[in-house]
Design a protein around this ligand. Structure first.
Ligand SMILES: Nc1nc2c(ncn2[C@@H]2O[C@H](COP(=O)(O)OP(=O)(O)O)[C@@H](O)[C@H]2O)c(=O)[nH]1
Ligand SMILES: [Mg+2]
Length: 361
């Protein structure tokens, strides 16, 4: 089947349809059909594009960051600035395209950074090796969208559109929709949104769901409902990095800063900006550092890196599988302890910078 053709036809039908209350259901159904086709198309292409060619890189470290942007925006230079590793940008720009991994060590965390070949316009439609690049981007915990200060707006909108096309949702929480399928019986819809319940049922039917308990949260839109039916979507944090600020004047920089208050403004030639970028990357993960103390009383200088909210149980798991099973108690120093040297159990929540001594059987 020609997916693109079918999608275009449906999109054309939507354009032709008057938008009002009476046609809302019809349009939503067309959208559902489009979403389904795009999903099938993406699955097929990911299968085709997956594997080989230097694109599979083992995940190492505490988190993975992908550098995404057009060619020549300075991704490889950024990799070098952040990690000290040469990415031989010129070499592979013209010959092989591959993924270059390097480790950024910051505050004890080891963050894997992937330098990817620049994605060109319409990479999401399969041009160049864009599809494979985007397949790797899907595996990242954080996406750095790198654009040039001189073309920030244009590049940003085009990159975000491409990421959306390949099923990557940026900075967005999963929609507040819960569906538990049942073997038989009628649809039970708990609808707290403004959406029309019969349209919701029609969309679910269109996706092969005929019997289920469905909860739709407040503020859910049709696109959210469609997204919630799509298990190929990934929800990934992102950070916009506006590079080469050395090429623009301070006025232009100020305008950009007010336009993109959350973006990080950098230049590979201004080390302070790279330092700020390292810090912003680290903060995105909300890591906490836990120092272990041996029974001899020596505190490790190399912290364990865990997610905020981690408990003593998570600390045990990070050290050794069996430690949790043989756990007796732990002693904690730091802000999570009521007093220095508090004795705690597996469910005790740790804080950044805490020291822990674990006693097992
Ligand atoms: N002026 C300026 N040039 C840069 C900066 N970063 C990279 N470049 C230059 O931009 C070109 C492309 O850089 P490269 O890192 O290979 O880009 P990539 O294709 O995105 O990996 C090279 O000539 C770099 O020297 C920067 O911060 N400022
Ligand atoms: Mg490069």
């Amino acid at each position: 089947m020609d997916f693109d053709q079918r999608i275009r036809e449906l999109e054309e039908e939507i354009r032709r349809t008057q938008k009002n209350k009476a046609t809302e259901k019809h349009i939503s159904l067309l959208l559902a059909k489009i979403a389904k086709l795009k999903r099938e198309k993406l699955k097929m292409e990911l299968k085709r594009g997956g594997g080989g060619g230097g694109f599979d890189v083992a995940k190492t470290g505490d988190a993975r960051v992908a550098l995404v942007g057009f060619p020549s925006v300075g991704k490889s230079s950024l990799l070098t600035s952040l990690t000290g590793k040469e990415s031989k940008s010129a070499d592979y720009a013209f010959t092989t395209v591959s993924v270059i991994p390097a480790i950024l060590e910051y505050k004890g965390a080891k963050i894997q950074i992937l330098d990817l070949p620049g994605i060109i316009e319409d990479a999401s439609k399969g041009k160049g090796r864009g599809r494979e690049v985007l397949a790797v981007v899907r595996t990242a915990d954080l996406i750095l969208i790198v654009v040039e200060a001189t073309a920030a707006e244009k590049q940003l909108s085009s990159i975000t559109r491409m990421l959306h096309e390949v099923g990557i949702r940026l900075e967005k929480k999963r929609p507040d929709v819960r569906i538990s399928k049942r073997a038989s019986g009628p649809m039970k819809i708990f609808n707290n949104s403004k959406l029309d319940t019969s349209t919701i049922i029609a969309i679910l039917n269109e996706n092969g769901i005929r019997s289920a308990d469905v909860y739709i949260g407040e503020g859910v839109e049709y696109q959210d409902l469609l997204d919630s039916l799509d298990d190929s979507l990934v929800y990934t944090k992102s950070l916009v990095v506006i590079n080469k600020i050395d090429l623009i004047d301070t006025n232009t920089l100020d305008i950009l800063k007010s336009k993109y208050p959350k973006a990080v403004f950098v230049s590979n030639y201004i080390p302070e900006t790279i330092q700020i970028l390292k810090d912003r990357i680290y903060k995105e993960f909300d890591f906490i550092r836990i120092y272990t103390k041996s029974w001899k009383g020596e505190v490790s200088s190399d912290p364990l890196i865990l997610k905020r909210g981690a408990t003593v149980r998570d600390v045990c798991r990070a050290i050794h599988r069996e430690l949790e099973e043989n756990f007796k108690y732990a002693i904690v120093w730091g802000t999570s302890a009521k007093y220095p040297g508090q004795r705690v159990g597996l469910d005790h929540k740790m804080d950044d910078g805490d020291i822990i001594q674990i006693y097992d059987q």
